[in-house]
Write a protein that binds this ligand. Sequence first.
Ligand code: PMV
Length: 333
Amino acid sequence: MPTDSNNIASARAHSNIAFIKYWGNRNHRLRLPANASLSMNLSELHTTTTVEWLPTLDADTLAINGAAASQAALDRVSAHLDVIRRRLGIRASARVSSTNNFPMGAGIASSASAFAALTLAAVAAGRANLRERELSTLARMGSGSAARSIPPAFVEWHAGDTHESSYAEAFVHRDHWALADVVAVVSRRHKQTGSTAGHREADSSVLQSARVAGADQRLADIKAAIKSRDFGAFAEIVEEDSNLMHAVMMTSKPPLFYWDPLSLRVMQAVRDWRLGDGLRVCYTLDAGPNVHCICEAADAAAVVAKLRELSPDIEILQSGVGRGACLMPAKAV
Ligand code: PMV
């Protein structure tokens, strides 16, 4: 481990939205998922993180958007840095500073972009040059969905059954299909149960085994729909997969209800717009009440207009297809 001032690096990673969801682990410690999943990186929603390994520092430090982070956030980041320290043979502590360009607390998950950016910055600051596949496995240890924010664009996460075989890789190129995510932010409420705890509950639902049993088929079907840009087929699979995950959540012990009444109104409206009015849009929800309305970029303005008409209480974020995690000019923190 070098001790000069070059042990610093900055990296940026994008958030992602899953079309085939990850919910539940076969191994919680390694975050080996119950099923393979598929997502799209979000160009407009990203985290930029700087890591500096400092042998003179007593303990890791973490600032998020310019303010000292909570102890819980620091503990989770430190545990992830331990994984990277072990892999690279680093003994130093790290000074970490992270900024999200999307509003924190808007109910938009930041763990995927956060742990992907942290992983790449920490590895680069340790002067290691790891391949994308290994970066993805390392990011997965911090947050499962972070594995999918390392490669670019449309990404498949192979479930695998070992640390090495559970990684994500690009499925098709960014230019293949100009999809957009119009996020209907229906609530800024902080989620009561985070996904790490939620994954541990998944097996308590009698529906989880049925959801997992069909996941590979839905994955194959959605890959075919994406390859042929068949929006109608794509839309039905995306909505079914989201509904299946939420059915598992709602039937877990204790049950997890992530939807708000307004979430359901948006979901019903999206189906009406597609099946009634012919607007090519579908919905998907993560572990929160906000509704991701997926459409082609050319239809995004029409979807925004429909959402504004539906309710004045909806805030809107928009994004296209994002790149993979990348290094940025390092900034001293
Ligand atoms: O990476 P985690 O542990 O935050 O899990 C993410 C789970 C979902 O967002 C609900 C689904 C997914 O595949 O992204």
